[in-house]
Design a protein around this ligand. Sequence first.
Ligand code: PLP
Length: 405
Amino acid sequence: MALDRSQVHNFAAGPSPLPTSVLEEAAVGIINYNGTGMGVCELSHRGKEFKGIIEGAEADLRQLLNLPDTHAVLFMQGGGTTQFASVVLNVLAARRLAHANVPTEQYEPPVLDYVVSGSWSSKAYAEAQRLAINGDSKPFFVPRVAGSSKDVKYTALPSKYDFTPGAALAFYCENETINGDEFAPTTGNDASFPFDKVPEGTVLVADYSSSFLSRPIPNIGAHGIIYAGAQKNLGPSGVTVVIVRKDLLVDSTAAMKLGGVPVVPIQSEYKTLADNGSLYNTPPVFPIYVSALVLRHLVKLGGLDAVAKTNKAKADALYASLDKAEAAGVITCVVRQKDARSWMNVPFNINNGREAEFLKGAEERGFRQLKGHRSVGGIRASIYNAVTLESVQALCAYIDEFAAA
Ligand SMILES: Cc1ncc(COP(=O)(O)O)c(C=O)c1O
């Protein structure tokens, strides 16, 4: 039957699989939402039906993350890439307003610290370098690397950190989707994010795009901003969840009038989105609707502790097979620091020129979208929430068989 997809195991890195039960519900909703006789994409975003959807999504998200009331939840557009800029613009505006009595010419550009642990944090840093430019005048801010694992080609997390006292922002990417290194889920491990080293008063910003909702967020309340594009664990691409501490919901127009900060487009200003319940302009209604269904589904599964337990079992099984295959000389895991191995994105290389053979066998067995990111090649198995333990076990069996051949 055309709607059956059980013969395939989809290991895509994003957009990635969503729970079939959710998609079945969404398929009805796109045609006739809740008996209204109208599809969810045909309803006003200001009507009571959509209000119920977006408010329900926020309530479920707050419950799942145990999010304190100090933080607002925004549903935005533009993906993680837009957030590389939006976090900077809002933090700079907040910093400028906190020094409103300083004349522009005396206003010192603040330092923005970046932890660079892979391709995505590297892109965020590159965007910061671009935004700092202010023609011939002094830069708007000073982007700086406060920890990097570039020297080991991101096969581990940074081994040391050096944050700047007084920095306006400290940025990290919790899970590097392409490189496969991820901060540990607990504190006090070599691979944990060094929360204790971030100076007081510095706004901590985390890119959670590819690990959002895979397990609880350590130290969630210590973060100023957390963002995540939906297209991994949450829903279709097109919506980005942004969690913002409420003191960062500032009037960027007032900051721009003071001078010394870059222009903040209204669609990037967190305060505007928050003041309008994420409905300042037309939101991506379908991605928000499907995300709301996924959030409900995760609550019913028992919340993030239950989700984390399954994800850990999946990751443990896959790494056990890969370690065995590596010991046999057949594959090489990309990430060398074991505690930093991602639960979500598992990159590895096939040795001895056998990659095409591996992929052909995988394809024949129904494994899909295993090719590594175009920038690094190799293989990447993404095992997001909607990838079942059974799918991972099937892949493990194939890796075991391939290693033994
Ligand atoms: C960790 C991370 N950050 C940022 C991005 C960029 O997100 P987007 O493509 O939604 O702009 C991605 C995309 O995969 C990502 O994995």
